[in-house]
Design a protein around this ligand. Structure first.
Ligand code: FAD
Length: 399
């Protein structure tokens, strides 16, 4: 298994890049272009992300990345053969084995199930405000709970369970519902004592009676009052954790409330100050919503984009206001398709992680979009994606 931090330290990597023409821009890359059309140059680990972006900007295509000491390529991207994240065909380097063990150990430090359904933590709602502007579709609320007096800790990307009060149709207590945590581990008040959620009220028409049905827990949470008690379980989830690598490239694809874990990521990266985590990589959010009024946390997202133009990229797919190239509604998969070659190139770096969160239906479209880019590079997306998942670089949480 290949893992980003196996490359840690001051190691050097040789990039083979095709498709660059020598001109004023490429001169700044500090190499000369060979007759074959490929160029080779050496990149220190700490600059891999920047170089990757620069190459992409200049229209180059990375053919392979190899450690300078030549143990095994990190990835090969050849138009003549299937891209091989090298772990598939090469012996696993010693360092990789060591890293895998470190990761396994790290996992034991992830808080899980501190509170279980038979003994939930009883928190208090301290904030509940609307996230959808006038003219938007549906109700989505940002809800914050006070955790004082308990032991509930969590990491960005985890979820908590909420047990709605009352009983179900069979007279049994309601079961818990999971919600992605929208705050960082320090909470919105930065005092390590709160947790926030981004909840959409489920509303649908009963297929037979045609009556409007409202979801039990989401309706309860959207209407919860400040000062009300709430039964909380968890935290749970290890799928959506943020890597500790400050130079990582983090591609986030969200629909609707799928923004929740990414709000936590972005607040940790850009809005909080930490001694042990100073994000210097690239974060790219591709966010699908029906209308502009439904862009959750719009003001803060755009503020981050304005303040950190080199480190944060924000791309919207606003289905009812924007058109895809075929003239239909612009859904997230159309934006991913538009940028699929770039995303594909970014994924060639072991420092890149892609995350998907939100409606279950988003997965197929995004896979179709990425298949197109993979095919152009003579690769099979499903095989490639499996490898990315194995490397813990393709993260999915849809519901
Ligand atoms: P319920 O009363 O439980 O009703 C749901 C049921 O209604 C469904 O099981 C189905 O039988 C029926 N139903 C739903 N839609 C239709 C339809 N169109 N036609 C016919 N029947 C239908 N939600 C968020 O809002 N924010 C989050 O951040 C979030 N994170 C999640 C993270 C994870 C890991 C998971 C698994 C889910 C997450 N959810 C999130 C969803 C959440 O857990 C609940 O499922 C959601 O709030 C609905 O619960 P409810 O009690 O309101 O609905």
């Amino acid at each position: 298994m290949y893992s980003p931090s196996t490359l840690a330290g001051n190691r050097l990597f040789v990039y083979e890049v095709a498709g660059l023409n020598q001109n004023d821009n490429t001169d700044s890359l500090d190499y000369s272009i060979r007759q074959s059309g490929s160029v080779f140059f050496t990149v220190p680990y700490s600059r891999m992300n920047q170089e990757m972006r620069r190459i992409t900007r200049l229209g180059g295509r990375i053919v392979s990345i190899k450690p300078l000491n030549g143990i095994a390529p990190v990835a090969t991207v050849s138009s003549a053969s299937t891209p091989q994240p090298i772990a598939q065909s090469s012996p696993v380097p010693e360092q990789t084995k060591k890293k895998a063990m470190t990761q396994a150990k790290e996992k034991t430090d992830i808080p899980v199930n501190i509170y279980r359904p038979n003994q939930p933590f009883i928190g208090k709602c301290i904030e509940n405000y609307a996230l959808v502007d006038e003219g938007g579709i549906g109700i989505v609320q940002h809800v914050t709970f006070d955790l004082s007096g308990g032991d509930l800790r969590y990491l960005e990307g985890q979820s908590i369970g909420i047990i709605p009060p009352g009983t179900d149709a069979n007279g049994k207590p309601h079961k818990l519902r999971l919600y992605s945590i929208a705050s960082t581990r320090h909470g919105d008040k930065l005092d390590d004592k709160t947790v926030s959620l981004c909840v959409r009220q489920l509303e649908y028409q009963h297929p037979e009676t045609k009556e409007t049905v409202y979801g039990v827990c989401s309706t309860y949470l959207c209407n919860i009052g400040v000062g009300d008690d709430v039964a909380i379980t968890g935290p749970v989830g290890k799928e959506m954790l943020l890597p500790s690598d400050e130079d990582a490239t983090i591609i986030m694809m969200a629909t609707g409330t799928g923004i929740a874990p990414f709000r936590a990521f972005l607040w940790r990266m850009f809005k909080e100050q930490h001694e042990d985590y100073k994000f210097k990589g690239l974060a790219w959010l591709i966010f699908g919503v029906p209308k502009t009024a439904n862009i959750l946390y719009q003001e803060e997202l755009e503020q981050i984009a304005a303040e950190f133009p080199d480190n944060f990229r924000l791309t919207y797919a606003i289905s009812r206001e924007q058109q895809n190239p075929q003239g239909g509604r612009m859904y997230i998969q159309h934006r991913v398709a538009e940028h699929a070659d770039e995303i594909w190139n970014l994924l060639q770096s072991p420092k890149t992680h892609a995350y998907m969160c939100g409606l279950k239906g988003m997965e197929d479209g995004i896979n179709d979009a990425m298949s197109g880019a993979a095919t152009k590079n003579s690769a099979d997306w499903s095989v490639y994606q499996k490898q990315l998942k194995k490397e813990h670089r393709w993260h999915v949480e849809t519901y």
